[in-house]
Design a protein around this ligand. Structure first.
Ligand code: MBD
Ligand code: FE
Length: 304
């Protein structure tokens, strides 16, 4: 079928069974996606078996809750980041900490702590890490009272809430910066996430000849009044998947050096018997700007 015939067909679909105005924006988007799908079916000569297998696959993915994992795994979530980068560049925004994907594992409602937090419940195996830094505006001035929401995986790559063996909000906190704009936390080193074996995402990746591993990383939402929300992560250097992330989340500027602290007194102060890791990382936020899409957009998220 040629595209002219497809367009005529879509005209008929749009003018048959009409009972009201509907939503013009949704009508435009659905028509366009249907058209692109039909053209792809024609050009790739998609068979009925392939079509129904694809439909069933999407149903499976939805029922198992993995659509939010297929989006980063196919690069669509990184694509959204690149679109936002472009919109900001067009609006003249420069500098600022690079954004990177949120992923599907944020949970709203983590305990709020002033200045300094411990993220692990004391029962979580792993090597101790202390991370700290300053939240600044683009003028370089520290932002007091900024919120640093942090979440990360445990030593086997699992996130609390989704992994019910962990305590509530383990490895999740909201830290409020002090008068000098500083945040600080102690936690245990995360290990990279892998998609659930045999699940919808894994099955798709296998068909694409790709793995489903992420490098170890720590997620952040950084917010402050009068500033654009920053969604980002740091990735841990030396991870074998650092630049081989199935979700395409690693970016220049988000791989801070990790320092190993072997100082006896420092170890004693933390109550640890072994050297621990230290990471310094500052965040720079853009001031609010009307001419560029908001970064604190709604997205259905888990909350506990
Ligand atoms: C994760 O932990 C993650 O950060 C992303 C983007 C996708 C899957 C799991
Ligand atoms: Fe993650």
């Amino acid at each position: 079928m040629d595209t002219k015939t497809i367009d005529q067909l879509l005209n008929r679909f749009e003018t048959t069974g009409v009972v009201g105005e509907g939503n013009p924006r949704i009508k435009t988007i659905v028509r366009r996606l249907m058209r692109d799908l039909m053209i792809a079916m024609e050009e790739l000569d998609i068979t009925p078996e392939e079509f129904w297998a694809g439909l069933n696959y999407l149903g499976d993915a939805g029922r198992s809750g993995e659509l939010g994992l297929i989006v980063p795994g196919t690069g669509l979530e990184h694509f959204l980041d690149l679109r936002m980068d472009e919109a900001e560049a067009k609006a003249g925004l420069k500098g600022g900490t690079p954004r990177t994907i949120e992923g599907p594992l944020y949970v709203a409602g983590a305990p709020v702590v002033q200045g300094e937090a411990r993220l692990d419940d004391g029962n979580t195996p792993g090597e101790v890490v202390v991370m700290q830094g300053v939240v600044r505006g683009e003028d370089g001035k520290p932002l007091a009272g900024a919120k640093v929401e942090v979440w990360h995986a445990n030593d086997v790559g699992n996130y609390s809430y989704f992994d019910k063996t962990q305590s509530d909000f383990n490895l999740r906190r909201t830290i409020v910066t002090d008068a000098q704009g500083r945040y600080k936390f102690r936690s245990v080193m995360p290990v990279g996430y892998s998609v659930p074996p045999g699940g919808a995402t894994d099955r798709l990746l296998q068909q694409l000849g790709r793995h489903g591993h992420r490098p170890a990383h720590i997620h952040f939402f950084v917010t402050a009044p009068g500033h654009r929300k920053l969604t980002t992560q740091i990735n841990l250097e030396n991870d074998p998947h650092l630049w081989d992330d199935f979700a395409f989340g690693t970016r220049e500027g988000l791989v801070p050096p990790i320092h190993t602290n072997t100082d006896r007194a420092a170890m004693q102060a933390l109550g640890v018997a072994k050297p621990f890791y230290e990471i310094k990382f500052d965040f720079t936020l853009h001031a609010d700007k009307d001419s560029v899409p908001a970064t604190d957009f709604q997205r259905p998220r888990a909350a506990a």
